[in-house]
Design a protein around this ligand. Structure first.
Ligand SMILES: *[C@@H]1O[C@H](CO)[C@@H](O)[C@H](O)[C@H]1NC(C)=O
Ligand SMILES: *[C@@H]1O[C@H](CO)[C@@H](O)[C@H](O)[C@H]1NC(C)=O
Ligand SMILES: [Cu+2]
Length: 188
């Protein structure tokens, strides 16, 4: 009985890990700095941020800090009224809503020198499931209209909506995982 519970718990852990949020170190090995001339805009453009992901700002707190700011303040590097300020040098921030998140270093001159970051957390409905390749490499294009607006001609089976198809992929993966979990269960 105990073994069964352990196996079930192990299966649950495996399934939770499938949806585990990512942790991104800002600037990768360079961290959050002005001296490495990191292009944080370019850095952010190589990532896809989802709700629940964590970003980690690592820097020397003697020389830098992190301010979360509005878009207007980001554009003008105006540090007079940050939304929030982080100063530990090892600041991890979990992304809890979609849209743009603006940050810069509040030390005078650093934002102007490029120590600024615009993170775009994608909307949950526009996120692509694990196994699906990106629809388009052009991230600036608007998302396609909902598949429910597609009306196939009468009598002709229309192509299955991609959203439904991807859900069934995920469902199939979950079923396969559950089956393998139960098989493992009965092996004891
Ligand atoms: C910075 O923003 C504050 C209020 O948000 C504003 O009063 C101030 O004029 C701005 N400073 C500059 C230099 O734009
Ligand atoms: C920095 O924060 C991360 C995540 O919170 C933690 O895993 C790591 O141990 C911390 N590093 C230091 C040097 O404190
Ligand atoms: Cu700085």
């Amino acid at each position: 009985m105990t073994v069964r519970i352990v196996v079930v718990l192990a299966c649950m852990v495996v399934m939770l890990r499938l949806s585990e949020a990512a942790v991104y170190r800002i600037g990768d090995s360079a961290g959050w700095t002005t001296i490495a001339n990191v292009d944080y805009k370019l850095w952010a453009s190589t990532k896809t941020f989802h709700i629940g992901d964590t970003v980690l700002f690592q820097y020397n707190p003697q020389f830098h800090n992190v301010m979360r700011v509005t878009h207007a303040m980001y554009r003008s590097c105006n540090n007079s009224k940050p939304i929030s300020t982080f100063t530990t040098g090892n600041d991890s921030i979990t992304l809890t809503n979609h849209g743009h998140h603006f940050f810069f270093c509040g030390v005078p001159g650093h934002c102007q020198a490029g120590q600024k970051l615009d993170l775009n957390v994608i909307h949950p409905t526009s996120s692509t499931p694990l196994s699906d390749p990106p629809i388009s490499s052009d991230s600036s294009s608007p998302s396609s209209p909902p598949s429910t607006t597609t009306i196939p001609a009468a009598g002709v089976p229309g192509p299955s909506p991609s959203h439904a198809a991807s859900i069934s992929h995920v469902a199939a993966a979950i079923v396969a995982l559950l089956v393998s979990c139960f098989v493992a269960n009965f092996a004891y």
